[in-house]
Design a protein. Sequence first.
Length: 199
Amino acid sequence: MHRLAAISLLSLAVAACSNPFPFGPGRVEVTLEDVAVATVENATIFPEAASAVNRPSRRVVQLKLSTRTDLVQYFKEWDRQIQVRCSVDGTANGRSYHGFSTQPFPDSSGNEVALPSHPTSGSERYVYMVYTFVDLIAQDDEYEGGSPATTLNLMTDQFEALRCHILGVTMAPVLFPVSNDFVVSAAKFHNLYRQAHFE
């Protein structure tokens, strides 16, 4: 009986392609330190695109994360590509939406920094920035004719929350290391949007 249960749990984990439990191998804890609705240079979001410099600035949801884990080294040791996955909870039409997200990168000073400024032994935390929901638009998980079937405008359409997590991916059918979710409520988003004073 125990063996059958163990096999079932293993099958579930492999099928999900990530550790389905809030503990154990592959889990990494991150804290959402700050969130803002901001305008950033297009080249910041798409640094490898040749035309990025010539594009207008973009409005995004900006997430500041901290963790005791050096994310770059952590996912390198797992031999995984690091990604941030963001989705929209509680849409009025019941459809599933996602937002493009940058990989976590060190804060704007160009270096991983510790919080607080003078950490005690064992309290060092690495700080990363993530930009997501470019142009404050989410895209339908379903595609039609090679494009998202619909889009969701975060500024005008109804939703309950924005939910993200960090995932380490590879082509192999193995467990993917994953972080806890970090969530921004719709009320928080709209309040931050009003504070941004976009023209």
